[in-house]
Design a protein around this ligand. Structure first.
Ligand code: WTA
Length: 630
């Protein structure tokens, strides 16, 4: 690859990195995977633990309900933990954690397995069984990962709700998943303050009826309400004889559900994306190994939140499947000062840093002096995810953080894909702002409206043409919506919801969402969830929400509201509305601007034309208005 003459601004891979990398020749790997993608994935699956080997790699007879490693028996946690505790690896650090307040914890593979078993037995004592759903609503603390692994170990599906979400968002997710147990931390440290997670959960539980028990993990020690008969402290149950460390993995079918993760889609409520034990295990293991080139001595840090897919695949499962040493940090990047991250990279000797463009842009604002004060020479590879990275931020990241020597893995993927789909590897030549090409074994394309591939440098819809092991299996409880949302625009092809271009070298450039999903600071939000929070305010009759470009956050939310007749908004009304959205959905969903309007542009069938609102706000041509009502 390195020899080829590529057009544009190109960064060729440093020799030293390629020499020791798992994958030294992308073209060779790609050719092998292309010839027989099922055989390619099967050979990777062989590296993991199976109680019984699969009968068939792929069953596409019920497509788009694909099945992978059919007939195989496994449990992802066995490959994450048990298998690493058999030899010398048992003493290797699996997790190093630093709290925002300077607290510290670390777990060897042996210790992480022991704590997972203990946690699993506590869950069993609360009546959690294979197939049950358990919601986790916590800060970034080790118990979040342990709780997820404990659920998976006993065959229960975890549903993690990001700790930045609030009352209504949590309520909806608890109710839709029919969770039996909620695991919550008493609170979470964020920018030196405490987010009262248990209080928020109490309010959500008043609205949700399915939860039988609440397991509370202590982090802050602040006084909280404990409802007798419902709420139990984890540390108290963990002392009982029932919480012993005798807890074998539940043997699962490869296709048995592993977890649900709610994400925003085109319309309506957030939907629960379902991933399974077998295929997800193979996909996350292989992609992390090849892309971040995990080596035995590495210390790897993915700075995402476990509450999003990046955290599921590349904080919890992928690194443990690879036997890596994982670093996790609880708090904000700039607390107490903007050098917090750089300080920790130096202190722990981090080799791989994986974060989001919004974080890079946010830290860039504080200037180079903050990182320059620290020795960042341990870094070998950098990563980016969540939204397109602008070349300016890419170059700053490369030069200032990576010292010009660390290739940047710009990974494009989704909650639905479970694993990286468009991504470089350390041996691939990079162009700032492009994720390069699809991962070997995955066929992607860019289509026009009619489903024909577009030409070089033309914009179109990004689609996926081959099934892949970590693909979502369905939307939990709504298989029709799964088909409708992803597989109906083009026959037999997965629609990503993104638009993209491909240049003359075959490099992909993702532009952004083409639906009603808004990426704010890399977080995925749906217009519908924010609009319904706005109209749940007593003074609001109707609302419409759009995303507008922003230098640091990528996008910000702009809301248009129509007041209810007789509403008499006071002086602080706009701020009150923002707080209301924060309280219902979460602080990240608070609109940056709210405009009070008399009417909203609608189609004759009554659908709000957000496209028109956006064009107006940006001073652009709104395009075809023939369907506009008036
Ligand atoms: C966007 C996050 C450009 C994209 C893993 C996608 C990206 C959505 C990139 C999924 C990237 C993610 N470059 N855009 N490297 N990575 N996206 O489900 O719009 O939270 O469809 O998964 O993020 O967001 P999700």
């Amino acid at each position: 690859m390195a020899e080829k003459n590529l057009s544009g601004d190109v960064y060729y891979p440093p020799n030293g990195i390629v020499k020791n990398a798992h994958i030294k020749d992308w073209d060779e790997l790609n050719a092998r995977a292309h010839d027989d993608y099922q055989g390619f994935w099967a050979s990777i699956a062989e590296e993991l633990h199976w109680y019984k080997k699969w009968d068939a790699v792929l069953d596409d007879s019920g497509k788009p309900f694909y099945k992978w490693f059919v007939g195989g028996r496994t449990n992802i946690v066995h490959s994450c933990l048990d298998r690493h505790t058999e030899g010398a690896h048992r003493n290797k650090l699996a997790l190093i954690w630093e709290g925002e307040d300077g607290a510290f914890q670390s777990y060897s593979y042996f210790a992480l397995l022991r704590e997972t078993k203990r946690f699993a037995n506590v869950l069993k004592s609360l009546g959690v069984r294979k197939g049950d759903r358990v919601t986790l609503y916590m800060g970034r603390i080790p118990e979040l990962a342990i709780g997820m692994l404990a659920c998976a170990r006993i065959g229960a599906m975890h549903s993690v709700v990001y700790g930045g979400f609030s009352v209504e968002a949590l309520h909806e997710r608890l109710e839709d998943s029919h969770s039996k147990v909620l695991i919550v931390s008493d609170g979470a440290y964020q920018r030196g303050k405490i987010v009262p997670l248990k209080d928020i959960a109490d309010e959500a539980l008043q609205r949700a009826a399915t939860v039988e028990s609440v397991l509370v993990v202590r982090r802050t020690g602040e006084p909280i309400n404990m409802e007798s008969g419902r709420d139990m402290w984890y540390h108290e149950l963990a002392k009982l004889p029932i919480a012993n460390v005798d807890c074998p993995c539940e043997e699962m079918d490869a296709e048995d559900p592993l977890f649900l993760l709610y994400t925003s889609g085109t319309t309506g409520k957030p939907k629960a994306i379902l991933h399974t034990h077998g295929g997800y295990m193979v996909g996350t293991y292989a992609t992390l190994k090849y892309v971040f080139d995990i080596q035995e001595q590495d210390r790897y840090w993915c700075a995402a939140d476990p509450g999003w897919i990046t955290g599921h695949s590349y904080i919890v499962y992928g690194p443990l499947l690879n036997g890596a040493t994982n670093f996790m940090y609880e708090g904000a990047p700039t607390y107490p000062y903007p050098n917090r991250w750089w300080q920790m990279i130096e202190k722990y000797g981090i080799n791989i840093l994986y974060t989001a463009p919004t974080a890079i842009r946010g830290l860039m604002r504080f200037g180079e002096n903050w990182p320059n004060r620290h020795d960042l020479s341990s870094l070998r590879l950098l990563g980016s995810v969540g939204e397109p990275i602008n070349p300016e931020a890419w170059k700053w990241y490369h030069r200032v953080i990576g010292g010009g020597r660390c290739p940047i893995m710009d990974t494009w993927w989704q909650t639905e894909t479970g694993m990286f789909m468009i991504t470089p590897m350390p041996c691939v030549a990079l162009k700032p702002g492009s994720g390069t090409r699809p991962f070997p074994g995955i066929e992607m394309d860019i289509y026009n409206e009619e489903g024909k591939p577009v030409g070089a440098n033309e914009e179109g819809y990004l689609v996926i043409k081959t099934p892949w092991p970590a693909m979502l299996r369905t939307i939990y409880g709504d298989p029709d919506r799964y088909v409708e949302q992803y597989w109906s625009k083009y026959e037999g092809v997965y629609m990503t919801g993104d638009s993209a271009k491909r240049d003359e070298d075959g490099y992909y450039w993702v532009i952004g969402r083409v639906d009603d999903v808004i990426k704010v600071s890399g977080y995925r939000l749906g217009t519908a969830e924010i609009e319904s929070a706005l109209v749940s305010h007593h003074d609001i009759a109707e609302a419409a929400v759009i995303g507008l470009p922003h230098d640091v956050k990528g996008n910000v939310i702009h809301a248009f509201v129509i007041l209810r007749a007789g509403a008499a908004p006071g002086e602080h009304f706009i701020e009150e509305l923002r707080q209301h959205v924060g309280h219902e959905v979460g602080p990240i969903a608070k609109p940056e601007h709210i405009e009070i309007v008399d009417s909203l542009p609608k189609t004759r069938s009554g659908k709000i034309m957000r496209r028109v609102l956006k064009a107006q706000a940006l001073g652009e041509d709104p395009g075809n208005l023939s369907t506009l009502e008036e």
